[in-house]
Design a protein around this ligand. Structure first.
Ligand code: SF4
Ligand code: SF4
Length: 158
């Protein structure tokens, strides 16, 4: 069963516990820049909106990646960014030898869901913790939920 994160920004109180939990899981540090999920706060309207990768069905981040074309015919190729068709998770691993470090994937995402960690200039994105998103478990208000993809119609890129 394919599942993804559904956001209900009306329930978000801006506490950023989700960001801290994600950062710790991803990097072992409590650093908001290392988190795959972000909260966009607007002080004028008083709103807090969680933003996280939508695990698109046709991810433009993958299409934008030039690694396969670059390495074609030169060595066995393991893509640095790919979609697992079984789980629907879009995986990004810039530590792979095949990654050019060009950040085209980051620039291509229409939702700004691939981000640069200023400290080490690595890219970070949500991978749903492999299928058990810790941000969802930690959210005290239910503003982020892990639901079947069929329930997300109209709420994610096609
Ligand atoms: S940074 Fe790596 S994964 Fe991203 S587009 Fe460039 S080669 Fe592909
Ligand atoms: S990083 Fe952006 S384009 Fe890529 S799958 Fe996630 S939301 Fe879609």
């Amino acid at each position: 069963m394919m599942k993804s994160i559904q956001v209900d920004s009306k329930l978000c109180n801006g506490c950023r516990i989700c960001m801290m939990v994600c950062s710790e899981k991803k990097s072992g540090k409590f650093n908001p820049f290392c988190s795959g999920i972000r909260i966009h706060s607007d002080s004028e309207t008083g709103t807090d909106v969680p933003s996280v990768c939508r695990q698109c069905r046709n991810p433009v981040c993958i299409k934008a990646c030039p690694a396969e074309k670059t390495w074609k015919g030169t060595k066995p190729f393991a893509p640095p960014i790919f979609r697992d068709e079984k789980t629907g998770i879009v995986w990004l691993d810039t530590s792979k030898e095949s990654c050019l470090g060009c950040r085209e994937c980051m620039l291509a995402c229409p939702f700004g869901s691939i981000r640069l960690v200023p400290e080490d200039l690595q890219l970070v994105k949500c991978d749903l913790c492999g299928g058990d998103p810790q941000c969802v478990l930690s959210c005290p208000t239910g503003a982020i939920r892990f639901v079947e993809v069929s329930l997300l119609h109209g709420n994610r890129a096609k």
